[in-house]
Design a protein. Structure first.
Length: 227
């Protein structure tokens, strides 16, 4: 299975953090920034890193933006370039475009030009800090959960034809299977549904298993089994 490819535009602290996190997750990362020093700092953690003005459509085409699964536009402090980038990415056919905004009005404009998700970092962090202060239990849970990942895995490879008990995913990788969506079970127009699998559930090609585990364990699973 081809790894998911993500284009990250802008390599400030936010963009660099995204690149580093994606790279640890073994995602194919392409990075673009007009600052050569910023590009040089992350080039070893990307599949490709380019110096260029990502507000120019031909630059985006040149780095292969039209072939990525998703793009993240990170420079929220520069609003006009963000709008130009989002609009160009949408025209190139990028299915998922995530953009950063400083205000709700900016967020509305970015959605209007085609952003599928808009992040307001300051507002989101404010909500989280307020929750931490007023609900100590929530803070403890967030600290525990920050080390875990929930990942949909499209079944293939050596686990096909094995039961969950026989595959020993929990024993070998310390990963739990939260649910399963059987191949061909999705109905157009309806939300996908998961079923709780029994130990004798037979893994079939095309099934999707929802896995949860420590980030390092999930990465080890992907590395050994594929995904």
């Amino acid at each position: 299975m081809k790894p998911k490819s993500i284009l990250v535009i802008g390599l400030g602290r936010f963009g660099t953090s995204i690149v580093e996190t994606l790279w640890r997750s073994r995602v194919e990362v392409i990075a673009v920034d007009d600052d050569a020093a910023a590009v040089d700092a992350v080039k070893d953690k990307t599949s490709a890193a380019f110096v260029g003005d990502a507000t120019v459509p031909k630059v985006l085409e040149g780095v292969g933006a039209q072939q990525v699964d998703a793009a993240v536009v990170t420079f929220g402090e520069h609003f006009e370039p963000s709008v130009l980038c989002v609009a160009s990415l949408v025209r190139l056919g990028v299915r998922e475009v995530i953009a950063r905004a400083a205000t709700e009005r900016q967020a509305d404009i970015l959605r209007a030009v085609g952003a599928t998700r808009v992040i307001q970092i300051e507002a989101e962090m404010g909500h989280r800090v307020a929750t931490d202060l007023t609900t100590p239990l929530a803070q403890d849970l967030l600290e525990v959960a920050s080390n875990y990942r929930v990942v949909p895995w499209d079944a293939h490879g050596p686990l096909i034809g094995q039961t969950l008990a026989g595959a020993q995913i929990r024993q070998r990788f310390r990963i739990n299977v939260l649910g399963v969506r059987r191949a061909g079970s999705r109905v157009p127009g309806e939300k996908p549904r998961l079923e709780a699998p029994a130990p004798d559930y037979l893994i079939r090609d095309g099934d999707t298993l929802l896995l949860v585990g420590d980030g390092e364990d999930v990465s080890r699973f992907v590395s050994e089994v594929g995904g």
